[in-house]
Design a binder for this molecule. Sequence first.
Ligand code: XMP
Length: 539
Amino acid sequence: MTTATPATQDTSKATPAIKQDRILIIDFGSQYSQLIARRVREAGVFCEMYPYDIDTARIQDFGAKGVILSGGPESVHDENGPKINQAIFDLDVPILGICYGMQAMADHFGGKVHASDVHEFGAATIEVTGDCKLLEHIEDEPSKLHVWMSHGDKVIEAPDGFDIVASTPSCPIAVMANEDKKYYGLQFHPEVTHTLQGQVLLSRFVHHVCGCAGDWTPDNIIDMRVAQLKEQIGDKQVLLGLSGGVDSSVVAALLHKAIGDQLTCVFVDNGLLRLHEGDQVMQVFAENMGVKVVRVDAEDRFLEALAGETDPEKKRKIIGKTFIDVFADAARDVSANSDGKPVEFLAQGTIYPDVIESAKSHQGKAHVIKSHHNVGGLPDDLAFDLVEPLRDLFKDEVRKLGITLGLPSKMINRHPFPGPGLGVRILGEVKKEYADILRQADAIFMQELEKSGWYEKTAQAFAVFQPIKSVGVVGDGRRYAWVIALRAVETVDFMTARFAHLPYELIETVSNRIMNEIADVSRVTYDVSSKPPATIEWE
Ligand code: XMP
């Protein structure tokens, strides 16, 4: 193992210029917390989000120009209800408290919070009754804002120094403000799109109240990251596992821009990809962009390893292990053929939500824990430092970077595709014959979704191979052939999903084409299960 150096995106000590105007978001556990961060970034301002109990030193060292306190599920009246660290107020910067963040701020300064089990959830109209810098010239109708509420408790007595600026009949203190201190509290959620002026309001807070510039833009992010990658990598060699998915594609484009030929990508064709997928990846990266890509045709290795296995979990494990083996072999080959310059770095497409998620479980220590380790499961003789150039970016930012870097929008806006690929979409044993049939059916489904404009309206869509035979009739003869299921879902977070209400005509076209064009399919079904209780993949 090489010695540990911090291999996160910001390798030099100085904060990059476009990160200097920064907002600290303190997470009290609301389901909307990440949205706050995404909205602040959309306003062109860098921010980071930490759990409410982060170390005082980190609060002090962060260099915040403003702080946003998120909502959360607790009550300030709970004995263990999370409190705001005094160090945040000692920063002497503007503070915006949202929902629980507002209540905790009110509680901190001696206001009164009413505990209630009755939840107010949904659209509300607030009446703006006072002046404050935050709401100046922001309205949907004269003196009114249409907002989204989601709370039980509410502030019923503003602390000293705070004015009541807006209210609703059921929530007399919907907005409170202390203009001297630049402390604001909102009982509603500006981060959700149902609050019509929410983005304007957050943008007003970070720009006009906190005085942040709007330098956090795709072009600037690319310039910053390219400079950092050059500094971090120097003249060393970097290896990247390219999957054709959004994250690894953007990592490839960024690294190619930064270090050109020092990057080698390994693209493993596991035989479980969609139709022409491997060719498309080679075309975009190797042919059009001139990226060094080693394509490993490992179909036989994967299919042999999978032969006879029907258990979904075991199939996943086999695919994962075979990938590591194939990738490790390729990595050794690349290292052996790099003219005496061994590969020292492995690039990965870790993105910011992964970092936030692990921070939750490790109470704010994620940066330390995840910043330097070998990629899961690679053998000891292959020890690399990690390069994670997307580690501070949300998925929507990664997409914008990809487009700005010139990657095709079709690649950037494509639906997620699981690592084990068609392996989880062929039920039971995986065979080449089945994968070939499924690839064709899937391609037909995708073509028709794209043609009808439904590809963009669904979050994920695919075909599934059923290893059962069903009777059909073709001309004068009977056909005894396989069944294909179609699955299309609408979802934002993939944790819950509704089956997409595709028009019957579209389903009919897809179904007819599959049965007419693929002789081995006699029946097509459409999956109408939602998640939960079903999952998105069938397995
Ligand atoms: P489920 O089936 O759990 O899927 O509802 C939720 C989302 O996760 C994707 N998925 C995976 N992605 N490796 C991945 O990279 C996997 O093993 C895997 N399993 C499921 C699935 O496609 C959906 O978007």
